[in-house]
Design a protein around this ligand. Structure first.
Ligand code: HEC
Length: 164
C-alpha cells in the first residue's frame, strides 16, 4: 500500500500539489475579478463623463473646435484661396494628433483622459484655443464667458472623478 501511494505520487505529482494549487488559482481568480471590476468601474466613470460631455460640452466644441479637432461638416468658401487648403489640412492633422474629438470623450490623440482634460482647461483658461489665425477668420469663435463656465464645470467634475 505504501509503495502504491509513492508510485501514485510520482506519476501524478499534481496530487501532492493539488491543495496549494487550488489556493493559488483562487487568489488568481480573485485578482482577475478585481481587475475586471476596476475596468468596469473605469468604463462606467468614462461613460458618465461622456454623458455630461455630450449634453453640455459637445455643442460648444462642435461650434468652436470641431473644424480642426473633429468632423468638419462643411469647408468654408475661402478654402479655395491659394494656400488655404494646405494650411487647414495641416491644422486638422496636427490638432488631431494632440486631441481628436471625433468620437467624443475619452478623446483620441496621444494623451490620457486626465491629461487631455488638463490641457483643455489650460487652453480654455489661457484663451489659446481656437488659435488666433482661426479667430481672425471666425470672429465669433472665441469662447465666451458662458461657454467657459460650462466647460469649467465639466472639467472640474471630470477631474474629480478621474483623480478619486
Ligand atoms: C484652426 C484649427 C483649430 C481650432 C479651431 C482649434 N484648435 Fe486646438 N489645436 C490646433 C492645433 C494645430 C493644435 C496642435 C498644435 C498646438 O498645440 O498649437 C491644437 C492643440 C490643442 C490642444 C492640445 C494642446 C497640447 O498641449 O497638447 C488642446 C487642448 C486644444 N487644441 C483645444 C482646443 C479647443 C478646446 C478648441 C475649441 C475651443 C480648439 N482647440 C480649437 C488647432 C485648432
Amino acid at each position: 500500500m505504501k509503495y502504491f501511494l509513492i508510485i501514485l505520487c510520482l506519476l501524478f505529482p499534481s496530487l501532492l500539489l493539488a491543495h496549494g494549487k487550488d489556493e493559488h488559482s483562487e487568489k488568481q481568480a480573485k485578482k482577475m475579478m478585481s481587475m475586471h471590476n476596476n475596468k468596469q468601474q473605469m468604463k462606467q466613470m468614462h461613460s458618465n463623463i461622456n454623458q455630461e460631455y455630450k449634453k453640455y460640452v459637445r455643442p460648444i466644441f462642435k461650434a468652436k473646435c470641431f473644424d480642426c479637432h473633429g468632423e468638419v461638416e462643411k469647408y468654408p468658401w475661402y478654402i479655395k484661396l491659394p494656400g488655404i487648403k494646405q494650411l487647414m489640412e495641416y491644422d486638422i492633422r496636427e490638432s488631431k494628433k494632440h486631441l481628436d474629438m471625433t468620437n467624443d470623450y475619452p478623446f483620441g490623440g496621444h494623451g490620457e483622459p486626465l491629461n487631455d482634460i488638463e490641457s483643455i482647461r489650460k487652453a480654455v483658461e489661457e484663451g489659446t484655443m481656437p488659435p488666433l489665425r482661426y479667430r481672425l477668420a471666425h470672429w465669433d469663435s472665441r469662447l465666451n464667458k458662458e461657454e467657459k463656465k460650462v466647460l469649467k464645470e465639466w472639467i472640474d467634475s471630470a477631474k474629480e472623478l478621474l483623480t478619486k
